[in-house]
Ligand binder design. Structure first.
Ligand code: NI
Length: 167
C-alpha cells in the first residue's frame, strides 16, 4: 500500500468530473487500499479518488474513531434522501478550513463494493454527510462551492499564503 499525494484547493483538477468504473479489477482494489491508507494517515474520515488525481468514481469513508468501519463505494449513487441538517465540514483538500454546509439528513446509497458486488446502505448523521461530501468530489464539487464567493476567495488566499510560507 502507498500513501498518495492529496491535491489541494484551488487546484483546478479537483473540479474535474470522474468517470464510472467499468470493471472492479486488481488495479481498482489497489487504488482502494491506497486511498484507505492515505485517508487514515492524513487523518480524515473520507477520501474520493479525484483528490489523489485519479478521476474514477471510487471513494472511501470511515467515520469511526478507531478506524474500525472502512466503507468502500465504487460508482456510488444516492437513490433516496430526506430531511435537512447543517454540519461543520472540513476536507483533506482544503486543510484547516471548517464551515457549515446544509445537506440531507438521511440517505440511501447504492454502489459496488471492493469485490464489485452491488450493495445498498442507509446512513444518517455524520456518515450521511460524509458520503454526500465524497459523492460531490466525484462530480467535481467541493464543500467550499456551497459558500459565498467572498468566503471562497478568503479561503483561497489563506491556502495560497500557507503554501508560500511552506516553501
Ligand atoms: Ni473532501
Amino acid at each position: 500500500m502507498t500513501i498518495r499525494h492529496i491535491l489541494h484547493f484551488p487546484d483546478p483538477k479537483l473540479h474535474r468530473k470522474s468517470q464510472a468504473v467499468a470493471t472492479v479489477d486488481d488495479e481498482i482494489r489497489q487504488l482502494v487500499d491506497d486511498m484507505l491508507e492515505t485517508m487514515y494517515d492524513a487523518p480524515g474520515i473520507g477520501l474520493a479518488a479525484p483528490q489523489v488525481a485519479v478521476f474514477k468514481r471510487v471513494m472511501v469513508v470511515d467515520v469511526t474513531e478507531d478506524n474500525s468501519e472502512p466503507l468502500v463505494f465504487i460508482n456510488p449513487e444516492i437513490i433516496e434522501s430526506s430531511g435537512q441538517e447543517k454540519m461543520e465540514e472540513g476536507c483533506l483538500s482544503v486543510p484547516e478550513v471548517y464551515e457549515l454546509v446544509e445537506r440531507a439528513e438521511q440517505i440511501t446509497v447504492r454502489a459496488l463494493d471492493r469485490e464489485g458486488k452491488p450493495f445498498e446502505m442507509k446512513a444518517d448523521g455524520l456518515k450521511a454527510v460524509c458520503i454526500q461530501h465524497e459523492v460531490d468530489h466525484l462530480n467535481g464539487k467541493l464543500f467550499v462551492d456551497y459558500l459565498s464567493s467572498l468566503k471562497r476567495t478568503r479561503i483561497r488566499k489563506k491556502l495560497e499564503k500557507a503554501r508560500r510560507q511552506a516553501m
